[in-house]
Design a binder for this molecule. Structure first.
Ligand SMILES: Cc1cc2nc3c(=O)[nH]c(=O)nc-3n(C[C@H](O)[C@H](O)[C@H](O)COP(=O)(O)OP(=O)(O)OC[C@H]3O[C@@H](n4cnc5c(N)ncnc54)[C@H](O)[C@@H]3O)c2cc1C
Length: 282
């Protein structure tokens, strides 16, 4: 196996193009574990650790750009991620355990596209954008469009995510993330991210996204719309939860049966909405 440590994105793209089965190495938390387990054997690893621009965080007037090599720990600690953007910070703060949060990165979480993980869920709830670099230049796409199936992204061979943009969202909007797991630090049985914008006691906008409920983060527009214009009464929340549970396609595994996951959805939604609502009124 070959190994490269390029010092620019352009050099990384060039290294990735030299091998049919080259992969970029970010935190390595999942990639190296999969290699150790013999599940993959890339011909070349292109480390992203020496590329300064991938670690950069830039605040603009309308949001924050986070470099793809920002670790979950860095994201969790960044107090500039307020309001709607807080949803990503909250997910980064809660996921896994300190060793993983110290190693694993934003770009790696997108590249892995594991439906049992929750950072992608929070990014989709935040309506995040990703900058993707390829030999043809750079383009910016919704992060949601990158997740096409379990462990499969729409990134083409040799492409990499360089940074992620979190829009600041409406003034007063609140981002919130909740996970339900068997024990602390386990992968979530179900995770739920949302961004809530209240007008007094009435829901002006909401965007709810579920994890571990299908091959990609699940966003059901009809569930959001069921809550818009309501006072988030129990009946409204139960209906929206029902729409989400109906659309979900969870699997049976050691963390819970599909049926159990469907039961959790309305409960997590109710809890997440009431916690987000309290914060919206502070
Ligand atoms: C034990 C364990 C527990 C975990 N628990 C959770 C959890 O509870 N919740 C959660 O959300 N996540 C969890 N994760 C996943 C973790 O958050 C990361 O998503 C994952 O480890 C990948 O990040 P990484 O930086 O280590 O990427 P790597 O392992 O280095 O790479 C993963 C994949 O992404 C590709 N890649 C890396 N960087 C880029 C890039 N910039 N552009 C394109 N492709 C790229 C790589 O080529 C590889 O295919 C867990 C991981 C482990 C190992």
């Amino acid at each position: 196996m070959r190994y490269a440590e390029p010092e620019s994105v352009e050099a990384a793209l060039s290294a990735l193009s030299t091998h049919e089965d080259a992969l970029c190495l970010a935190g390595g938390a999942s990639l190296v574990a999969m290699m150790n387990a013999g599940r993959i054997a890339p011909g070349m690893l292109v480390s992203l650790h020496r590329i300064p621009e991938l670690f950069r965080i830039t605040e603009t007037g309308d949001g924050v750009w986070l470099g793809a090599m920002c670790t979950h720990r860095t994201v969790a600690a960044d107090t500039r991620l307020r309001g709607a953007m807080e949803v990503v910070r909250a997910a980064a703060r809660q996921l896994a355990h300190p060793a993983i949060r110290n190693m694993a990165t934003l770009g790696g979480s997108i590249g892995l596209a594991d439906p049992q993980t929750e950072l992608p869920v929070a990014l989709v709830a935040a309506s995040a954008l990703a900058e993707v670099a390829s030999a043809n230049g750079r383009r910016v796409v919704p992060v949601e469009s990158l997740f096409v199936d379990s462990h499969r992204t729409s990134l083409q061979r040799g492409e990499l995510v360089t940074r992620v943009f979190l829009p600041q969202g409406a003034e007063g909007a609140v981002g919130h993330h909740l996970r339900y797991s068997r024990v602390a630090a386990d992968y979530p049985t179900v995770s739920l991210s949302l961004v809530l914008d209240m007008d007094g006691d009435t829901c002006r906008q909401v965007r709810i996204v579920l994890g571990s409920c299908g091959p990609v983060p699940l966003h059901v527009d009809a569930a959001d719309q069921r809550l818009v214009g309501t006072r988030l009464e129990a009946e409204d929340v139960a209906d929206a939860g029902g729409l989400l549970a109906q659309a979900a396609a969870p699997i049976d595994d050691v963390r819970g049966s599909a049926e159990y996951r469907r039961m959790l959805i309305p409960r997590l939604l109710g809890r997440a909405l009431s916690q987000a609502r309290e914060r919206a009124h502070v």
